[in-house]
Design a binder for this molecule. Sequence first.
Ligand SMILES: C[C@@H](O)[C@H](N)C(=O)O
Ligand SMILES: C[C@@H](O)[C@H](N)C(=O)O
Lengths: 166, 166
Amino acid sequence: EQPLVRGLAYSVSEARVTVSGLPNRPGVARAVFAVLDDADVNIDLIVQTAIERSEVVDITFTLSRGDRERAHAALRDLPAEFAYERISWDERVAKISVVGIGMRSHSGVARKLFDALAEGGINIEAISTSEIRISVLVAEDNLEEALRLAHTAYGLDGDATNDPTF
Amino acid sequence: EQPLVRGLAYSVSEARVTVSGLPNRPGVARAVFAVLDDADVNIDLIVQTAIERSEVVDITFTLSRGDRERAHAALRDLPAEFAYERISWDERVAKISVVGIGMRSHSGVARKLFDALAEGGINIEAISTSEIRISVLVAEDNLEEALRLAHTAYGLDGDATNDPTF
Ligand SMILES: C[C@@H](O)[C@H](N)C(=O)O
Ligand SMILES: C[C@@H](O)[C@H](N)C(=O)O
């Protein structure tokens, strides 16, 4: 299955939030996204890494910048049993996605993106991949340079798109 | 944009690895996935949450169970400048993906999955979402129950597929 990269997509004007130190037991993700959904916060990306149940865990998500205050208020209302250690924000992130097919064994495809960004001294703030899409968050100021490096790395000629359905 | 859930996909016989306490600076993800790619380790999902540059960060990835030893040896060879705190494994995980379109403002769609798994007392080990796919890792023993709960939650009638290109 030769991976085929179709193109690059990006989105700006997102903020990212990380809720650190959440208990790692059933019902916690439900509680976090219930209060955010009830507050009508528009969420894009969600990532959580895996650790032993005995340890606390972090969840990162991105949202429209305008929803920041509402999200902050909603998370503060989480019941005590879902107490987290802290919340960290970054107001100015950009998401870049490599969109393709057949990327299932895609360590080579993902590696290419990580190589390109490292070449440019661009820090990868978060990663979320699937068989058909590799997404990273970078500082918004790095967006243009990151798109240029990724285009070269994958030998793409067209422009990146900010159409979320790409 | 009404979200439309097309179906459920799953994959078993994966192991998950978390490399904890990695430095959060450019070039680290490149180094980790270069040694894994050079060792011909077949990687599926990659997730990393976002934290301030001054802090260390965790990266979780899934791989074929057979590649575990090779991956372990490759990570041990990482140069000292990419020193991590520890590696944790889980031999028996299953991935469940909700596949759809128009899920960009999908906090409601993701919330439904989190609600369903919490109802069943199933722990969510990792999360990775995009506009068109919500994936979670659960303990392999929970796969059947998790698929049943997700089917009901989204009102789906067909079977889940283990075709990675779905
Ligand atoms: C942290 C959170 O994902 C938790 N493991 C849950 O199942 O809800
Ligand atoms: C942790 C890792 O992703 C690092 N931030 C990098 O850019 O490589």
